[in-house]
Design a protein around this ligand. Structure first.
Ligand code: THG
Length: 294
């Protein structure tokens, strides 16, 4: 089971973004209800940097969705005032702060807000020098983050470490490093939880092809015991995978990760898609938008 946080209520979205900006409750509430009906565990409320009026906007958004659903919320903005406004309004379960990074000024404010509101936090592994370069740098940064959070009074179990997932059409080694990190964190800090922004892996890929990458990468992360993911809450098949309902396909993907080489002629259409996509995400086949056709 992977805890699923819906990414869809997002001010950058062409679909729902304008409704958020114009404070139209109807479309936002319809989307929140649909996501809850799909069975997601939590809603990410992403208002972007929200430098001006972020407090009012987050307060409005939290209250708007809570009129129709009773799920815990993830507050996604770099504006600390807006995070605080969201935490004040959040009333179901433990809210999640998305996110606190290792950049010194971010870290201190983020941790102090988390302590005051007893919130859970996402520790985004983004430091002074930007993105970690490999799995080892991610592990070192994760230990550093948990140390600082513990010092501030946040128990390890309340921390979700995000190793930063990057697009497959960029550097496949970074996609693999985030995956490798999932295996490492279990060993180094078994109490700490993990999270990824799953859809990042398919950023820049034609929309109709994104689900193949998202679903396969989730299965791969599941092999290493991923705890939670921010996902497209309208991908019903992905939500089934997260619930462990696709054992046969998961077994195929995990087998390919271990070096099994099934005879492609023995696979049906869907299995073939998983096989090809796993090979691309493993870096065994170079990514191109026509990877499923090859
Ligand atoms: N880690 C953490 N938080 C995150 C991310 C992460 N928050 C933001 C992002 N990454 C996860 N959320 C999204 C939200 C939307 C999309 C992807 C990830 C997305 N949207 C479509 C697009 O951009 O093409 C458009 C949607 C629309 O227009 O409706 O892909 O990594 N901690």
């Amino acid at each position: 089971m992977v805890v699923c946080i819906a990414e869809n209520i997002n001010i950058m979205s062409k679909n729902i973004g304008p409704a958020i900006k114009e404070r139209k409750q109807g479309p936002v509430q319809a989307m929140a209800t649909a996501l809850a009906d799909n069975g997601v565990d939590c809603l990410d409320l992403n208002i972007g940097p929200a430098r001006k009026g972020g407090e009012d906007l987050m307060d409005w958004l939290v209250k708007t969705v809570q009129e129709v659903i009773d799920l815990p919320l993830s507050l996604d903005t770099t504006n600390p005032g807006a995070v605080e406004a969201g935490l004040k309004a959040a009333k179901y379960g433990k809210p999640l702060i998305n996110s606190v990074s290792l950049q010194p000024e971010r870290l201190e404010t983020g941790l102090s807000i988390a302590v005051r509101y007893k919130a859970r936090i996402i520790g985004l592994l983004w430091g002074k020098d930007g993105m970690p370069r490999d799995a080892n740098e991610r592990a070192a940064m994760a230990v550093d983050f948990v140390y600082h959070a513990n010092e501030a009074g946040i128990p390890t179990q309340e921390i979700l470490i995000d190793p930063i997932v990057t697009p497959i059409c960029g550097d496949v080694n970074q996609v693999l490093a985030a995956l490798e990190f999932m295996g490492m964190i279990k060993e180094i800090m078994p109490e700490a939880k993990s999270i990824v922004g799953l859809s990042n892996v398919s950023n820049g890929v034609p929309n109709d092809l994104r689900p193949y990458l998202n679903r396969t990468y989730l299965m791969m992360l599941m092999k290493h015991g991923i705890y939670s993911a921010i996902v497209n809450g309208f991908d019903a098949e992905l939500l089934k995978i997260a619930r462990g309902e696709r054992a046969k396909h998961i077994k195929l993907v995990h087998g390919v990760m271990e070096g099994e080489k099934p005879d492609p002629a023995s696979l049906d259409q869907v299995e073939l898609e998983y096989y090809k996509t796993t090979r691309v995400l493993m870096g065994e086949v170079l990514y191109s938008d026509s990877w499923l056709l090859a």
